[in-house]
Design a protein around this ligand. Structure first.
Ligand code: FDA
Length: 501
């Protein structure tokens, strides 16, 4: 591809006011973000022979056996947070540092904060890796109309599984001391006559065995994975989809590149306004990248914020009214579970590996990596939530802010709590989400139907596509979302590629 580089601007004017000069650059296809949607999209474009620039605000985080790529929950450092002066994860001890382009962002909203990954691999860097396909009933009730369950079941979910190769915890590991908390939940479920399931995780379980033998420092086996898992072993997107895309030579991932705004030029092309930033967040250079095909894969929060800003500032005229709306937290709720009698112990092994499923409700045990034995562990419930949240533009911040009310998921919370009580009755249950209203599973804001057509094309905006969790109105079928986001991107790219090639 011919890359036309024209360093223009206003170099003089910019220098005069102390801003970096703006460079212009022309690209055939641009993907914003390297999470599930962005990575699938990049690989599909590469396989179709389309030279593609992928813009990622964060860093690369190459994990290796015995390495110290990621910080620990109880010894956090600047790597833990995206441009914040301390830890953004509740439960981390207090600490202070100069802001850094770390792995986890807290997007502060009104009534709900979002936690999401930042770096090459997006949410896969910080996620446990629960890779779950919803039931047909929950899929039908939560996904936009026009989705063919059979095609997802027989084709799209399988494509994702073939790349991430999810595998449940080997049965024998459930018998070791480190996995005692998971085993306790497993036995509790069986004791109620229900069938526990071992959660599919994109894991090389031999890495865990090596930790248990003392050959590697503990990371998974102490459940300390929320700022990223050391020792490698988790098949994150940077070592799967993206590695394959980059190996073609057609995909270039540009890190430390923060997209500020997107705009439609008079000739219909897409203009991406980016800041090249330092690891301290300082703007080192500004660029405008012009492209015919722009794929928004910045995650539900990132993509929605870009679209809400573009609509409010009229950078993209005629965006649909549904931009920013139909947002939900995937119906998830986290409870602290203190069983009577036996203690689940300290430093509980992970990732989250045991659960129980019903057609429209999933409950999964979440290991707690506390170094002290507090007698407590956690249970995460997933149901179907009404997507009533909304991002609104705030001119003072030049950003979009999420609005959510606790009442939106109050009934669902009661249902999850009742179901958990039915399983672990007699235990102390504390709804931690009530005190720390956050979600790891933002979904919606540019949904199919209201903003995009059935395949993620933004309505009446030729060449503009949404390819991530922003497409899905609030829930991915009462289970963790990554599998469905990736499968949806695979499906959509089947339809979109012919018009991009
Ligand atoms: P995703 O958030 O993955 O990617 C967006 C990318 O865009 C990021 O790389 C980001 O840095 C980049 N970006 C954003 N704004 C940008 C901008 N303006 N300019 C440039 N780049 C920008 N799910 C699951 O299925 N199983 C699980 O076990 C877990 N566990 C879990 C734990 C924790 C701690 C978190 C925070 C999340 C999970 N999740 C999860 C959720 C899962 O991570 C999430 O659903 C997906 O990563 C969402 O995929 P997307 O493609 O939508 O965006």
């Amino acid at each position: 591809m011919s890359l036309r580089r024209r360093t223009v601007l206003k170099a003089l004017g910019a220098a005069a006011v102390g801003l970096p000069a703006i460079e212009d650059e022309r690209r055939r296809a641009v993907v914003i973000g390297t999470g599930f949607g962005g990575s699938v999209t990049a690989l599909r474009l590469a396989r179709a022979g389309v030279p593609t620039l992928v813009l990622e605000r964060g860093l690369r985080w190459p994990a290796r056996p015995g390495g110290n790529t990621f910080p620990r929950l109880f010894a956090p450092d600047k790597r833990a947070s995206w441009l914040a002066p301390g830890p953004v994860m509740t439960g981390s001890p207090l600490a202070a540092w100069a802001p850094y382009t770390g792995v986890l962002e807290r997007v502060r909203g009104r009534g709900m904060d979002i936690l999401c990954g930042a770096g090459v691999g997006g949410g896969s860097l910080v996620y446990h890796g629960m890779t779950i396909q919803p039931s047909e009933e929950a899929f039908a009730r939560s996904m936009p109309p026009g989705m063919d369950w059979t095609a997802f079941d027989q084709d799209f979910y399988r494509r994702v599984a073939s790349k991430l190769r999810p595998a449940p915890i080997p049965r024998d590991l459930l018998g070791v001391r480190q996995y005692r908390a998971a085993k306790m939940f497993h036995d509790q479920v069986s004791g109620k006559g229900l069938r526990p399931f071992r959660v599919p995780l994109p894991m090389d379980w031999d890495v865990v065995r090596r930790e248990l033998r003392g050959e590697l420092p503990p990371s998974y086996s102490t459940g300390d994975v929320i700022y990223g898992a050391n020792n490698a072993g988790k098949r994150t997107l940077d070592v799967t989809y993206l590695a394959e895309a980059e190996a073609t030579g057609l995909v270039h991932v540009q890190t430390l590149t923060l997209v500020r705004d997107i705009e439609r030029a008079k000739d219909g092309r897409w203009v991406v306004h980016v800041d090249r930033i330092t690891t301290g967040g300082r703007v080192a250079a500004r660029k405008r990248i012009v492209t015919d095909a722009l794929f928004l894969g910045a995650g539900s929060a990132g993509t929605t914020r870009l679209l809400v800003k573009a609509k409010a500032k009229n950078l993209i005229p005629d965006l649909p009214d549904g931009v920013g709306k139909h947002w939900g937290n995937n119906g998830d709720r986290i409870f602290a579970w203190t069983p009577p009698g036996d203690s689940p112990g300290a430093l509980q092994g992970g990732p989250a590996c045991v659960g129980v499923r019903e057609p429209t409700l999933t409950i999964i045990h979440g290991p707690v990596p506390f170094p002290l034995d507090l007698g407590t562990t956690s249970l995460i419930g997933f149901g179907l939530v009404e997507p009533l949240g909304e991002f609104r533009y705030d001119a003072g911040k030049d950003d979009a802010v999420l609005y959510w009310k606790q009442e939106y998921d109050a009934r669902l919370t009661t249902a999850i709590r009742d179901r958990i009580t039915g399983i672990v009755g007699g235990s102390l249950l504390i709804d931690t989400t009530r005190f720390d209203t956050t979600t790891y599973h933002p979904l919606g804001g540019a949904v199919i139907g209201a903003v995009c057509d059935r395949y993620g094309r933004v309505r009446d905006q030729r060449g503009l596509y949404v390819t991530d969790g922003a497409l899905i109105p609030g829930s991915t079928g009462a289970c963790n979302p990554s599998m469905t986001i990736a499968a949806l991107a695979e499906r959509n790219m089947d339809a979109i590629l012919p018009e991009v090639i």
